[in-house]
Design a protein around this ligand. Sequence first.
Ligand SMILES: [Zn+2]
Length: 342
Amino acid sequence: MQPMTPKQRFLAAMNGEAVDRPPAASIVSVINYELMDLTGAHFPAANTEPEAMATLAAGAHDIMGFDSVMPIFSIAQEATALGCKVDWSDKDMMPNPTDSPWADRDVEIKLPDGFPDSFLNDKYVSCAIEAIRLLKKHFGDKVMILGKVMGPWTLSYHCYNTQEFLYDTIMDPDRVRKSLETLAPVPVLFAKAQLEAGVDAIVWADHATGDLVRNTTYRDFLLNWHKELIPQVPAPVILHCCGKTLDRVEYFCQAGFAGYHFESANAAETMVEKTAGRMKLAGNVNNPKTLFARGPVEARAEAQRAIDAGVQIIAPECAVPLQTPVRNLVEIVQTCKDNAKN
Ligand SMILES: [Zn+2]
């Protein structure tokens, strides 16, 4: 088979078409301290300045050989624009929201005044958009450029406080519904801005994971929002939801996602079986036990296991720990290359 470009390969895998080899992808984040040194783009600038963000993201392809790049590394890029406090100054850690505007029950649940303009003009939101423009200029149509948004469930963790929000799914479900309804337009707005800047698909993180909520909670609170919102994004949308999810992937299929990025806590074979013909899969190489703590031999074995199970896009299961060695990530790419069809 003729060699494909990384973007052709990724899109063919998403569309269920023949590929010259399985794509190796950065879905949520493959960046790490070693890659920061190799590219010269470090935190905190790589989360707050477009040039540094694009330079570090490009390293996923230019240095490690992945078929896709993802410039939005953290889960916090849109949080400040929604009124959360985020510490953007740490050079050693991913930024994380620390203060939730709706945690106080007396506070009315609403978007900040000036939305949507204030959102799109926010320093960290516009940083991501500008970084995407730079990546598009750098890669053109050769490499798959992915964007990322947080869905209304994960944004609720940020705006409402995770514990309070989960507690209220039982104690005050109407306030939970109000939060989801209020935040629902945000990921669609951010996704459209990223698409206009040059991304080819959107990763949609909504952490209604088996570690935190029941599958019926997903079905009763979030499924209808996903059904309504995903078709509003004019591109393939890949759901990211960590943890154990085999008991709710049927609902993810119904929601209308084109793909699902899943963790190694779920057997790849079972996930492939449950999603066959409905969603494409990306993942599911283990981060803490394998990519972070072990070596290339173990990374290769897991990548090969995912390929053999029928996972279409091979990737780390979630954002890799920042201490992850480059050689383990490169081994995922090499394993995919070694599976090339003649
Ligand atoms: Zn995750």
